[in-house]
Design a protein around this ligand. Structure first.
Ligand SMILES: [Zn+2]
Length: 161
């Protein structure tokens, strides 16, 4: 389908993938007040906002998510759309979520973003998403700049923007 292909292309143009296989794939399109992305598409003649992580999950796994099924970020990065059917997926639906979160707590997940993204207020959460997007738009995936924005782990990184 020509039209759906165009929509998919438009989606991936707004995603920046980290260099390592386990890295996050970060959405750099629209960000809503909740700090999560929005992917605007035309559906049934009107504009509709989709959650990028749900869109990516369904495209990459071939599975349709029931609207009532939540999708959690095992990596804790709200803009991440790195989905796969394997154990390396960053996006975990409903029932699998507890297992993955447990795995994350035990330190076996590649990302260390929990410290930066969990337990912050809504405004701060959104501000961090916007900062991450701005950095990716301005610098691409510059490891020195992007990694601390994902994990909050490198306090010596200078502020370059
Ligand atoms: Zn991720």
């Amino acid at each position: 389908m020509r039209q759906s292909r165009a929509v998919e292309d438009r989606f991936w143009e707004k995603v920046v993938k980290g260099p390592e296989p386990n890295d996050c794939w970060v959405w750099i399109g629209a960000i809503a007040d909740d700090g999560y992305g929005r992917f605007w598409v035309t559906r049934e003649g009107g504009q509709r906002a989709l959650r990028p992580q749900r869109y990516a999950y369904e495209k990459l796994t071939g599975q349709t998510l029931h609207p009532g099924i939540i999708l959690l970020h095992a990596c804790d990065v709200p803009l991440c759309v790195h989905a796969s059917t394997g154990p390396d997926t960053h996006l975990v639906p409903g029932t699998q979520a507890l297992n993955m979160l447990d795995r994350s707590r035990k330190g076996r997940h590649a990302n260390a973003s929990t410290f930066r993204w969990r337990g912050v207020g809504r405004a701060q959460f959104r501000a961090q998403s916007l900062t991450l997007r701005t950095a990716l738009l301005e610098h691409g995936w510059n490891e020195t700049i992007i990694r601390p924005l994902l994990t909050g782990i490198d306090p010596e990184a200078p502020t370059l923007f």
